[in-house]
Design a protein around this ligand. Structure first.
Ligand code: FES
Ligand code: FES
Length: 197
């Protein structure tokens, strides 16, 4: 891993003369999508602003900025958090994952592909938040019940689709994973029988 220092925008770190005080900056070191970063930040900078404005990871969206909509959801050490409510300094020494880290290259991962197949997005503004909440859920509960999916989305709002297709997309990807696992198990047993092992 390498440490990437992204140059901060001048105005983002300048003391606010209107306040008549010089705000001390702190050094934050965190890992985002597997890459280590070091940044000098004011204590009031949110994790969402760090991700979007400093690291240019704009897949994380800002809607309400008050913890109500979930558009800014990212994973902090595997747990879904609203990055508008987390200070960048609170992420020091922690691991962050954003929607950009769900897949490498241009291929969609299974969850993203399922969202597309189920038409689980329209404008897409909420989608990265839903994907990150679903990712956290599936990593903890690979085969969730519908009620668990709906509970996991309790902090995510969508103004376009309604929620049925989003829930369907998550449930379908888990059903496919279970089907694939059963198929692989049957294939392995058949191969073992053929070789007598
Ligand atoms: S922008 Fe963070 S919850 Fe709405
Ligand atoms: S797809 Fe538009 S807000 Fe959810």
């Amino acid at each position: 891993m390498t440490i990437e220092s992204v140059e901060a925008p001048e105005q983002a770190v300048a003391p606010d003369p209107a306040l008549g005080v010089v705000v001390e900056e702190l050094t934050v070191r965190l890992t985002v999508n597997g890459v280590e970063h070091e940044q000098r930040v004011e204590p009031r900078l949110s994790l969402a602003d760090l991700l979007r404005d400093r690291l240019r990871l704009t897949g994380t969206k800002l809607g309400c900025e008050h913890g109500m909509c979930g558009a800014c959801t990212v994973l902090l050490d595997g747990a879904a958090v609203r990055s508008c409510l987390v200070l960048a300094v609170q992420a020091d020494s922690h691991e962050v994952r954003t929607v950009e880290g769900l897949t490498t290259g241009t291929d969609l991962n299974g969850l993203q592909a399922s969202f597309r197949e189920h038409h689980a997005l329209q404008c897409g503004f909420c989608t990265s938040g839903f994907l990150m909440s679903a990712t956290a859920l599936l990593e903890q509960h690979p085969s969730p019940e519908e009620a668990q999916v709906r509970e996991a989305f309790g902090g995510n709002l969508c103004r376009c689709t309604g929620y049925a297709t989003i829930v369907d997309a998550v449930l379908d990807v888990t059903h496919r994973a279970a089907h694939d696992a059963a198929h692989d198990g049957a294939a392995a047993r058949a191969a073992a029988e053929r070789t007598g092992s």
